[in-house]
Design a protein around this ligand. Structure first.
Ligand code: ADP
Ligand code: MG
Length: 357
């Protein structure tokens, strides 16, 4: 089964809805030559059952980000909450037990233990977590191997398997304790494209059965099979609306726009503040009832639509609809700064209202 939904998410789920939540997460590496900010103020929410892909250039911080979610690495600042547990507060020992129950991790280079059979590799996490009755573990591991098409090679050593088979075995191992969350870091990075498609079929099937999947990949075609595509650029998480609306912007332009945008939640009927540009992420904006007669030419803005204003005051002729609105704004200073540094970006923002893509 393939997930073929277009990437249309303009905003993230709220912190309350999230199974995975990163709040103001920074990761700073200290090096002899100084410090390096690998993650810059990441705010990320992923809900249960979501399939989220993480894309970005090499060195942009993708692995650092997913290592925050798995607890393989810790944030320098900020909070990471996964499946109800605040990871910051756990000791290393508690973290590895927690990880065994909550997460399955799939790496680019499989990382199977070479001296153990494929079956023993899959049983290992069950032994470690003491999760299932010892008498059931072998049968359970065999069932997982059957699910990924490997029952015939269960008793072989990993080295006897092809790369694709080894990755399937690693997925079976990740599922050993039936964790709600799977995290895969470039799982197809070392596989040919046909094998990659088979791995993706296994993943999409797991998502269809309720698993939450976070997958790092370079491959945009694979990334777009997810419900939501995250873009990381130089340690910054690009706002989903930028990714959805202007996926072909250069990364420096995405970062520039990202830094200038401000999001704001408006209760029902609240006027839009003065600004030079606004996009609706949730709800809708309507010409202000009292001013409608003067401004008959203003049409409502629905989700995904945007508008540039020739004067900041003009924006206040709009107000949130009856369900309120979540909007993305560029205020006067941000607009003028972009006009100076990136006139091409201003042209893009002015082009059209941006109806549903
Ligand atoms: P990606 O997975 O997107 O290729 P990474 O998250 O591995 O990127 O790394 C992001 C940046 O952080 C890179 O510039 C990398 O060199 C740096 N980095 C990662 N881990 C460390 C570390 N342990 N010490 C110093 N720098 C690191
Ligand atoms: Mg990486």
């Amino acid at each position: 089964m393939h997930l073929t939904q277009p990437v249309i998410a303009l905003s993230q789920p709220s912190a309350e809805e999230a199974l995975i939540h990163l709040k103001e997460v920074w990761k700073v590496f200290k090096m002899p030559a100084g410090t390096f900010e690998a993650l810059k103020n990441i705010n990320l929410s992923i809900r249960s059952g979501e399939f989220v892909s993480v894309t970005g250039k090499s060195g942009s911080g993708k692995s650092t980000l997913v290592n925050m979610i798995t607890g393989i690495d810790r944030p320098t600042r900020g909070e990471v909450r996964v499946n109800g547990t605040l990871l910051n507060t756990l000791s290393e020992g508690a973290l590895s037990v927690w990880r065994g129950h909550n997460l399955g991790i799939v790496f680019q280079f499989f990382q199977l233990l070479p001296m153990l059979s494929v079956l023993e590799n899959v049983m290992l996490p069950m032994d470690f977590c003491n999760r299932y009755d010892p008498a059931e573990r072998e049968e359970r591991a065999m069932a997982l191997l059957r699910r990924v098409g490997l029952e015939k090679v269960a008793h072989k050593l990993p080295a006897a398997l092809s790369g694709g088979q080894q990755q399937c075995a690693a997925i079976a191992r990740a599922l050993a304790n039936d964790p709600p969350i799977l995290v895969a870091d470039e799982p197809t990075g070392n596989l040919d494209s046909r094998t990659a498609v088979q791995i993706m079929e296994i993943f999409t099937d797991l998502v269809a059965h309720g698993k939450t999947l976070v997958m790092v990949t370079h491959d945009l075609r694979l990334a777009q099979q997810a419900h939501r595509v995250l873009v990381i650029s130089d340690g910054e998480l690009i706002h989903p609306a930028i990714v959805a609306r202007w996926p072909h912007l250069s990364h420096p332009r995405m970062r520039l726009l990202n830094r200038h945008l401000r999001s704001l939640r408006l209760p029902p009927a609240t006027p839009l503040p003065a600004c030079r540009w606004a996009m609706v992420l949730e709800g809708s904006l309507h010409p202000h009832p009292r001013r409608r007669s003067f401004l008959a030419r203003l049409t409502p803005l629905e989700v995904g639509q945007w508008r540039a204003f020739s004067r900041a005051e003009e924006a206040t002729t709009y107000a949130a609809g009856s369900r309120g609105a979540l909007v993305l704004l560029l205020d006067e200073a941000a607009w003028e700064s972009l006009r100076r540094d990136a006139p091409d970006l201003i042209a893009t923002l002015q082009t059209r209202h941006g109806g549903p893509a």
